[in-house]
Design a protein around this ligand. Structure first.
Ligand SMILES: NC(=O)c1ccc[n+]([C@@H]2O[C@H](COP(=O)([O-])OP(=O)(O)OC[C@H]3O[C@@H](n4cnc5c(N)ncnc54)[C@H](OP(=O)(O)O)[C@@H]3O)[C@@H](O)[C@H]2O)c1
Length: 330
């Protein structure tokens, strides 16, 4: 019998609902406490998800008698502050993507985790899905030869609510940090850190990027053509092209349950990984296993990986002209 991991949640919006529902499917994990800026919302959420404790401020969460890990689900601009709060209270952290607004903030979070000797992980949930593991396996065994070019896009039209986090610059709004992170992540995972970055963005009425198109070059070996937009409902799939075939990650590629291997010679093969959850249980299980093993970070998506990703996001934003008041380094 595994030790039960007791979870808390900070910030109870849309994604917290999905995470709590997926956490309930894990036999040896329990949602024990929730913290909101509203005690009424916290109480209602706790009742719905069977959490024993509800708090009307984030600072109070640490009064919960049993708390092993905290999932942070606030807008991007609060990730740094909320993570630092948990780490200073020596609580393991799973923090939503993007890990923070920029590299400087992420570095401080990692330094604090090391100082407190406490677990920290970015909730880059796509990394933990079985489809992602299968893609890496196929590429490593040479199923499509050498990867030559990768195409990924992510686009949808959010409701026009300028004060909400998706379009509000004060919360780190804009397509790139919210959904452009997925094509950037895929390229980083498959091809590594690029040798050259090209990027352009269109800005919407609130001043955040509506569409960002970016190209990564990998010496003279490979390229990636990537796109994200809040201006159109795009296909939101990804194709990895190699010298011997391709892998199609079916839409929406960041949460895919099916990939197709299409070799240049031979029959196509479909690999399906159906699930009944949203898919956030995989990242939660990874945290649970790391905590039971006494690890301070995940091997699958390490703090070094998160640092490389946020650096890539910063550099791409710089090229595209996307900036926020929180930017300190450029
Ligand atoms: N992994 C994924 O698939 C995925 C999907 C969607 C979003 N996300 C990430 O999760 C984070 C939250 O996204 P969401 O869609 O859940 O956002 P949301 O619905 O707006 O919820 C965010 C929550 O943060 C709290 N909050 C604290 N201060 C706030 C403020 N000043 N303004 C607004 N909210 C404030 C609120 O909860 P309380 O007041 O109750 O504390 C709010 O409900 C984002 O960073 C996003 O990138 C990830």
């Amino acid at each position: 019998m595994n030790k039960t991991i007791n979870w808390g949640i900070i910030g109870i919006g849309k994604i917290a609902e999905k995470f709590a529902s997926d956490l309930a499917t894990i036999e040896d994990a329990k949602l024990t406490a929730v913290a909101s800026t509203s005690i009424d919302r916290a109480t209602a959420f706790a009742q719905k998800h069977n959490a024993a404790h509800a708090y009307g401020s984030y600072e109070q969460l640490f009064e919960a008698p049993e708390l092993d890990a905290v999932y942070i689900a606030t807008p991007h601009s609060l990730h740094h502050e909320c993570t630092m709060l948990c780490l200073k209270n020596k609580k393991a952290v799973l923090c939503e993507k993007p890990f923070a607004m920029n590299e400087a903030e992420v570095r401080e979070m990692i330094e604090e985790a090391e100082k407190q000797d406490t677990f920290l992980m970015e909730a880059l949930w796509t990394r933990f899905l079985p489809t992602t593991k299968k893609i890496l396996e196929l590429i490593n065994e040479g199923a499509i030869g050498d990867v030559k070019t990768l195409h990924a896009d992510f686009g949808f039209i959010p409701p026009y609510l300028p004060e909400r986090r998706t379009l509000n610059p004060a919360f780190g709004g804009g397509a790139f940090l919210d959904i452009g992170i997925y094509p950037a992540f895929l390229s980083l995972l498959i091809l590594g850190y690029p040798s050259q970055i090209l990027a352009a963005a269109t800005l919407g009425p609130t001043g955040v990027d509506e569409t960002t198109t970016f190209v990564y070059k990998y010496d003279d070996l490979a390229t990636a053509s990537l796109n994200c937009t809040f201006g159109a409902n795009t296909e939101t799939d990804a194709i990895i092209y190699g010298s011997k075939g391709r892998i199609h990650i079916k839409k929406k590629f960041h949460e895919s349950q099916e990939i197709e291997l299409i070799p240049d010679e031979g029959e196509p093969q479909t690999f399906s990984f159906p699930r009944t959850t949203f898919g956030y249980d995989y990242e939660a299980r990874e945290v649970n296993e790391c905590l039971r093993a006494g690890k301070k970070q995940s091997d699958l998506w390490s703090l070094k990986d998160s640092l490389r990703l946020i650096h890539l996001l910063d550099m791409t934003r710089q090229k595209a002209g996307i900036s926020y008041e929180t930017d300190r380094s450029f």
